[in-house]
Design a protein around this ligand. Structure first.
Ligand code: ZN
Ligand code: ZN
Ligand code: ZN
Ligand code: ZN
Length: 300
């Protein structure tokens, strides 16, 4: 699958140089904006895969449903019955999003300010963590900042598993690994209705994961592997796809060059200080992008 390229820093600099002179070069605005738009679409698409378990075919983009539904796979980050709402800003969250946000932008557990990355992680309030201790702490804490409003949210209890829903969802997809016949998930096993193959469900799922799921596009019949697909989108994956989604929503509604400039500027301001999120959009490394965004901010 061809993913949209990232935007070139030199174009962003040019855009701001002109804007400071009061010039809104619409060709350049369209140029930068449409690259960002395509990139944001891809980031949102990839985020959807991790939410919904449907993978776009690399050839025709038809969505292919995974047999291991990540929504039911704890390893890949929880289920939609695990959604909860932030009690402060009412945004819908998954606990893993709260963790991922801290991976993207480490924040102080005390005052929630963005931490400085030195050899250790340091907060302006005086607290420090080693990278390892921070990670460890993030994994075990029951209170983490909401990625949207930064108020503390409590880790939700795991809801009871609804077995009927689970079966309804996974049964139509099941294939016997031995004969490809129809298999059922019952009695804690996978049981083939054709050849009699039987195996513990847990072991079966584990083996699927290890074996690397093979996906077949129902439209063009192209087959591909989940692990390879996953690797190919590594540079597009983030636990915080919100800035990308926002841009997608707003860009096409812009009618004037000024509005276009505002949307681009809004996105860049959001990326500023978000560390590893910015290189998903801009074709450079974290450090250089930060310098550029610092420059642009100081000239605003
Ligand atoms: Zn919130
Ligand atoms: Zn602090
Ligand atoms: Zn069979
Ligand atoms: Zn296809």
């Amino acid at each position: 699958m061809d993913w949209a390229p990232r935007v070139k820093p030199i174009k962003i600099r040019r855009l701001y140089r002109y804007a400071r002179l009061g010039i809104y070069d619409d060709t350049l605005l369209h140029d930068v904006g449409s690259v960002l738009y395509a990139r944001c679409m891809d980031i949102a698409t990839v985020a959807d895969v991790y939410r919904g378990g449907r993978v776009p075919c690399p050839r025709c983009r038809t969505k292919v449903t995974r047999r291991i539904d990540p929504l039911f796979s704890k390893g890949e980050g929880g289920t939609y019955e695990h959604w909860f709402r932030c009690p402060h800003c009412t945004e819908r969250l998954l606990w893993r999003d709260c963790r991922q946000a801290l991976r993207d932008t480490p924040r102080c557990f005390d005052c929630r300010a963005v931490l400085y990355k030195e050899v250790v992680l340091r907060c302006a309030c005086g607290k420090t963590w080693s990278q390892e201790a921070y990670k460890q702490s993030m994994r075990t804490r029951v209170l983490l900042p909401c990625p949207h409003c930064l108020d503390l949210v409590r880790r939700p209890d795991s809801p009871p598993v609804d077995r009927t829903l689970k079966n309804q969802r996974s049964n139509p997809e099941l294939q016997c690994p031995k004969c490809q016949g129809v298999a059922l998930h019952q009695n804690g096993n996978i049981e083939c209705t054709v050849c009699g193959y039987k195996r513990r469900w847990r072991d079966y799922r584990k083996s699927l994961k290890k074996k690397d799921e093979k996906l077949e596009c129902p439209n063009c019949e192209y087959t591909f592997r989940w692990q390879a697909w996953r690797k190919s989108v590594r540079s597009l994956r983030t636990g915080n796809p919100r800035p990308a989604r926002e841009f997608v929503k707003k860009w096409l509604r812009c009618r004037t060059p000024q509005q276009r400039m505002i949307q681009i500027d809004t996105l860049l301001q959001t990326l500023h200080g978000r560390g590893p999120l910015a290189p998903l959009f801009i074709d450079s490394d974290e450090y250089k992008i930060r310098q550029m965004l610092d420059d642009l901010a100081s000239q605003r």
